[in-house]
Design a protein around this ligand. Structure first.
Ligand code: NAD
Length: 322
């Protein structure tokens, strides 16, 4: 199979490219390195074709889809706080960029687009667990951009016959996720701070919860969505998560155990546009695609801690509140 991975130099993208290359696929990456890095592409992904280009460029996007069978569209500007600070750029990349890619995929007669949608789409819906057909109002420009992109995917299927599948990722974490960026995600940021004996900033009381999903589980779901019969996935939307609710405080307690000493935690006001609780119902993806998370949150934290201990190279960027 010939794959295009947009955002392939990022956290999730580079792990996916590693896996696809190891499986023997031909892989092209489209990335502008705005949050991804070349350092993420030094493993098996070094075999992939790298197209340095921008989702906001029609020419770059048209070149990227040429002779491609399956597109995994991960390229985006993540982070709720970033989108609050700069909603226009978030929209240009995430919503308009996705539409541009879909049209190019249609014109190039690609077989399928797998889109990285987001749990933030559930917005202010307070029901738990989150089920695919029940969304509230998006709370941030990031969530709005991801919701708009979801609709463009659905319409590309309905109007143009392009097979698309939307996977709503829930707080993915793992090695290679940047810890030091201003928009860094919670788990890598906590691990980095603990290992450097720095205070850990927590927004809110720490009792907010997320469905933290270890990277390997996320990649399993993407692989299933990329390969399932078109009739199963066309136009459909699936939660891709662990299916477990974990509070920030329990993540911190686990990290304190690994660190073998208490952490210094600085609790601050909650951030605007952050959701309080998040937990996915994963029964749809389990039943339709045979997805099962195999790595627990605790095992994932252990592995991420271990990787941080072994590798001090700062690589990749991934973003909080996705
Ligand atoms: P990441 O920031 O590490 O990766 C995104 C990649 O997209 C980067 O390599 C970046 O350089 C690239 N990119 C950004 N703007 C671009 C542009 N204009 N043109 C070309 N490339 C561009 O983030 P990630 O955590 O790996 O997230 C991957 C995808 O999954 C994103 O679409 C994100 O919204 C989605 N997602 C992630 C999470 C999570 O918890 N990490 C949760 C929900 C959804």
């Amino acid at each position: 199979m010939r794959y295009l991975v947009t955002g392939g130099a990022g956290f999730i993208g580079s792990h996916l490219v590693d896996r696809l290359v190891i499986e023997g696929h031909e892989v092209r990456i489209l990335d502008n390195l705005s949050t991804g890095t070349l350092a993420n592409l030094t493993g098996p992904a070094a075999e992939a074709e790298l197209l340095l280009g921008d989702l906001r460029s029609t020419e770059d996007v048209a070149a990227s889809v040429r002779d491609i069978d399956v597109i995994v569209h991960l390229g985006a500007l993540g982070s709720v706080p970033r989108s609050v600070a700069d909603p226009l750029t978030t929209h240009d990349v995430n919503a308009t960029g996705t539409l541009r890619l879909l049209l190019a995929a249609r014109d190039a007669e690609c077989e399928r687009v797998v889109f990285a949608a987001s749990s933030s789409t559930y917005g202010d819906d307070r029901n738990l667990p989150k089920i695919e057909d029940r969304c509230g109002q998006p709370l941030s420009p990031y969530a709005t951009s991801k919701l708009a992109a979801e609709h463009y995917c659905r319409q590309a299927t309905e109007l143009y016959g392009l097979t698309t599948v939307r996977l709503r990722f829930f707080n993915v974490f793992g090695p290679r996720q940047s810890a030091q960026h201003v928009y860094a995600a919670a788990i890598p940021r906590f691990i980095h701070a603990a290992r450097n004996f720095e205070p850990i900033t927590v927004h809110g009381d720490g009792e907010q919860s997320r469905d933290f999903t270890y990277i390997d589980n996320n990649l399993d779901g993407i692989a299933l969505a990329a390969a399932a019969p078109a009739a199963t996935v066309a136009g459909n939307v699936y939660n891709l998560a662990c299916g477990r609710q974990t509070t920030i405080n329990s993540v911190l307690a686990h990290i304190a155990e690994l660190h073998e000493q208490p952490l210094v935690i600085d609790y601050q006001d909650p951030r605007p546009a952050d959701v309080r609780h998040s937990l996915a119902d994963i029964s749809r993806i389990t039943e339709a695609l045979g997805y099962e998370p195999t790595i627990s949150v605790a095992d994932g934290i252990d592995r991420t801690w271990q990787a941080a201990t072994e590798d001090t190279t700062p690589v990749g960027v991934s973003l909080a509140g996705n």
